[in-house]
Design a binder for this molecule. Sequence first.
Ligand code: BGC
Length: 792
Amino acid sequence: MITHPAYRVEPWCLRETELNLDVLSQSESVFALSNGHVGWRGNLDEGEPHGLPGTYLNGVYEFRPLPYAEAGYGYPESGQTVINVTNGKLIRLLVDDEPFDLRYGKLHKHERVLEFRTGLLHRTAEWTSPSGRTVRVKSTRLVSFSQRAVAAVAYEVEPLDGDVRIVVQSELVANEQLPHAGGDPRAAAVLETPLVSEQHAAHGPRIRLLHRTHHSGLRLGVSAAHVVDGGEKTEMSSESSDDLARFTITSRLCSGQRLRVEKFVAHGWSAMRSMPAVHDQVDAALAGAVSTGWQGLADEQRSYLDGFWARADVEVDGDAEIQQAARFALFHVLQAGARGEARALPAKGLTGPGYDGHCFWDTETFVLPLLTYTAPQAVEQALRWRYNTLPAAHERARQLGLKGAAFPWRTINGDECSGYWPAGTAAFHINADIADAVVRYIRATCDETFEREVGLPLLVETARLWRSLGHHDHHGDFHIDGVTGPDEYSAVSDDNLYTNLMAQHNLREAAALAEHHPDLAAALGVDDEETAAWRDAATRMSVPYNDELQVHEQSEGFTRHQAWDFAHTGDDQYPLMLHFPYFDLYRKQVVKQADLVLAMCLRGDAFTAEEKARNFRYYEQLTVRDSSLSACGQAVMAAEVGHTRLAYDYLGEAAMMDLSDLEGNTRDGIHIASLAGTWFALVVGFGGLREDDGLIGFTPRLPEQLGRLAFTVQFRQQRLRVEITDKKATYTLLDGDTLRIRHCGECLTLSVDVPETRQVPVITAGRAPEQPAGRGPARRGRAIGHAEEPAR
Ligand code: BGC
């Protein structure tokens, strides 16, 4: 956990004013730049010191062995892991005869600023070398939203105490040495030198490296060009070898003179193209970047982000730290998805190697809702990627003896990578999560091309899976047995309520869409009998309920299980999965992460208000939040049932997950879903955003700690601004013509630029629910800054 005040609280940027090597790797994750295609960790320009060097290309991976002590039918034979590709960030510096290395000499000033409006990462360092020479280094970095292959650095060196000789080495480095990751030596071997050289070149200020992966059959290239402004005594040379291409600049600088180097980098990869084609691909991207120029790229970046913030900004009064965290979250979620272009959106984005770079249900359930209402083209692309992986999902279903498509629990290329059935493939709900994201996107955009080409096939194939995975019992009730819901502390159970309700939605929507497109559906082999079977299964879907306790059951029989002994579980025994055997967790009432509570967020229509309140109270006392995905769903439901103070505390946890490194693993990359959860808690929780049958609606409820919440969302190509105080909500349609919305159930028709204001009803909720001993969220203080004493 980051306990020192690492970052200043400012509304539109993240600023670090001290270099703390103990949290360097965490800062590399939070300062990472990405556009969803290329990811550069926030490593220092000169490469060292580093926590974890990282450059990632979405979709570039290597196979890694998946060793099993006891193998079984249907276990994936190998996994995939993201690899650290050629590093184009490196700019090493020699000051007189000393390497610029902040571990030596004296650092007088250090600042890094990530600006959410410009998308630029600025760095300033003033440093005296061990031999007493003082220089100022300034760099600014971007990973372009407008030119997806491109990243660029503007780097400046200035002497602060008289003449100095400067050598700048701007490099491309492949197979760079990584800190030892431990673990399985076979996997480590794959990761240590993942790239095989195919070509290298250096022509003056232009350098290039082409490589391929050993086993996954991918070819990747990177080219760089430089523009130098360094006064008269500047010399330049370049050289290359298999894993290194270098452009060297030597200069003698007098006081007041400055050496400026603009480095343009273009990354590319392909599973199919030949070496000359990849070579041309990166050189062409580079030519585009050079002709745009540094300022041009920075201007394009700003205008891309202006468009995003006009659709997506969230304003929070009363908690400056949450304000900053909300924009930080929006910025990173955009970075993860903006230019993914029919590739996966991994759990860590492209900010680190955590979870092997895999994509999970996190994307559809937590990240895509935010993007649906703020950057819908990114959702279209993320779901198109799922569509493109349908052949693998069909094959997996076939292998499992099922119909339709079985999407993987974790993957990069579409093949299942989870070797642990109970918390992997058995989490079949991923299929319904994908369907839910499809429906949400279609309703929010009315994108008919997508609906026909992508939406319909995805809904049909996922509905087929449910129909074949479940069965009608002799009363006609439909059951889905032996599956794992979101809560990974229960596994392979019958009728997981979350799965059943999401599958029900999936089946109904598939039937409706198939009937809406009879010809296309017929081409997919759907007939009336099949849609009737889907509707039947949906209507007779089992929804387990305990009459005596008057609560829903997370899965059949769950509330009968023994309760976990929280009183005798020490604080140091969390997360439980690292201290107790799964078999023990599985047979007791203990919840890793919101499961039934999440079902109440996503399928609110399936519960009465009283059921929601009772269920929430019951599952709160069992939920330990050993996953970062939990707090935001709990925040939404706490707000809905009226516990706004508790919701506010959960918001704090989701928002500070990476800025405070709450789970101690931000070094491996940031938690994209938890960041999206910040928006979820604010907009879906306190704003009460829900979409029902094509109407977007709000039931606002602010905690008293927040004086005002305002946000913009995009719905059917129109932007809607919502401004909420404790008493009133004002809705303003910013463009388009008219839009029908709901406010607390009442229908309003908005005309453009004519604000409508309504009262916010007061809600009372009674006694706050309890969490397991020691597992309540940290209580947020009123003032800026710090999560303070625990809630109870
Ligand atoms: C959670 C999963 C999640 C995965 C990746 C696990 O700890 O339990 O729900 O998909 O992390 O974020």
